[in-house]
Design a protein around this ligand. Structure first.
Ligand code: SDX
Length: 361
């Protein structure tokens, strides 16, 4: 049996290919280089959903804007109990209030949900009122406005778009597989997305970028990096932002996001020196991981520079996984629709290794 289903091909898909040996990501026939920094989240969502909804409009900006305005009504359910939870749990609970179904209207509301609910939760947790969406804005620009209470610059909106596009789909990762399994029972898109959010929350998957910031802040200065990293490994800790189940070389998304951080911070006084410091920590981590696991390539994954980009955009680290969900939700929905279009119920076998029943005396 393959531990963690490693190298098991569990589905055929037209949505994305993750080539772990070549370090290549292709989404619906477009390479990451052709998408990141060149397309909006609305465009990559259209690319992913094309062929899976008969009534898919040519441009998703306005329908997604309307969907943001529609789901905002659910924010009234944000009570003290939910506000006391982490952002991803509160966002998940509000998303659970959305009606289930397989229609495009459900898909649009589910795509709007992580954006609108995370902004509302983080503002309310900071003691500020939730801001209603502005349907006239692009998705990335409105996310930043709803979260920070001020208009985003074009550079900031472009940086967030780059992030959302880069993480929109990534083969059969754990959260997408969870969403596909749930979709295969015909439970509905809301149920599939809730499964995706729940799987993404784990620190081995989408929960890593927040701890990357904690690691950088703990290290504090480049000279401390080697001792801190060696100490972490000696404690049996994993270095957040490194290693991957599929990539045996550098995750191509790391450089796409590092370039976005550079474009956003270069020439501004946003986090002066932060990128250079992170690069020094990354270099030390890669060297130490090579010594630590000489026969297991452990390279930088998507989360390391995700952390720097979301920090530069002033998202609070506890909400980083929610921002990951804002991008990945379009992939979860595409996979759910693909599973519905041609797939059967997903139900693998298991081998029983428990005790045999005792014979009756
Ligand atoms: C994402 O699948 C996807 O596509 C996911 C994703 C997506 O877009 O959906 O790309 C997003 O989830 C990125 C990964 C984010 N997680 C982290 O950065 C957390 C740190 N990384 C690791 O926990 C780990 O690398 C995983 C979980 C990502 C992958 O682990 P695997 O493939 O299950 O490998 P493993 O746990 O069997 O590790 C093999 C060995 C182990 O040593 P031993 O137990 O055999 O002695 O390598 C070690 C691990 O301890 N190892 C690490 C390490 N990653 C693996 N040691 C230190 N630091 C690390 N980061």
């Amino acid at each position: 049996m393959s531990d963690g289903l490693e190298s098991v091909v569990a589905a055929e898909t037209v949505l994305s290919e993750v080539d772990g040996q070549a370090g290549r990501l292709v989404i619906r026939g477009r390479s990451l280089d052709d998408l990141a920094g060149r397309t909006s989240f609305e465009e990559v969502t259209h690319l992913l959903w094309d062929g899976f909804f008969d009534d898919l409009p040519h441009n998703l900006a306005a329908p997604l804007g309307r969907a943001r305005a529609e789901v905002f009504a659910e924010v009234e359910a944000l009570d003290a109990t939910l506000q006391a939870r982490g952002p991803i749990e509160a966002m998940r609970a509000l998303t659970a209030r959305l009606a289930d179904g397989d229609e495009l209207s459900v898909a649009l509301r589910l795509t709007a949900a992580p954006a609108v609910f995370t902004a509302a939760v983080t503002r309310r947790q900071a003691g500020r009122p939730a801001l209603p969406p502005d349907p006239a804005l692009g998705h990335a620009a409105d996310i930043l406005r709803m979260t920070r209470g001020a208009a985003a610059t074009p550079q900031e909106a472009a940086a967030l778009d780059t992030y959302l596009v880069t993480v929109s789909d990534h083969g059969l990762n754990a959260s997408t597989f969870a969403a596909r399994v749930i979709a295969s029972t015909r439970a509905g898109l809301t149920s599939a997305v809730l499964g995706g959010i729940s799987a993404l929350k784990g620190p081995l998957h989408g929960g890593a970028p927040g701890p990357v910031i904690e690691m950088l802040d703990d290290i504090g200065a480049p000279d401390n990096a080697e001792a801190w990293l060696r100490g972490a490994l000696a404690r049996g800790d994993r270095l957040m932002g490194f290693g991957h189940r599929v990539y045996r070389v550098r995750d191509p998304r790391a450089d796409a996001l590092k370039a976005a951080v550079r474009r956003l911070t270069e020439g501004s006084n946003t986090m002066p020196g932060r990128l250079a410091f992170a690069e020094a920590v990354e270099a030390a981590a890669l060297s130490i991981l090579r010594q630590h696991k000489p026969d297991r390539p452990l390279d930088t994954n998507v989360e390391f520079y995700t952390a720097l980009l979301l920090e530069a955009l002033a998202f609070p680290p506890p909400a980083f996984t929610c921002v990951f969900a804002m991008g990945r939700v379009s992939g979860w929905i595409a996979h759910a629709r693909e599973q519905l279009a041609g797939g059967r119920l997903i139900r693998p076998q298991s081998r029983y290794i428990g005790p045999e029943p005792r014979r009756a005396a």
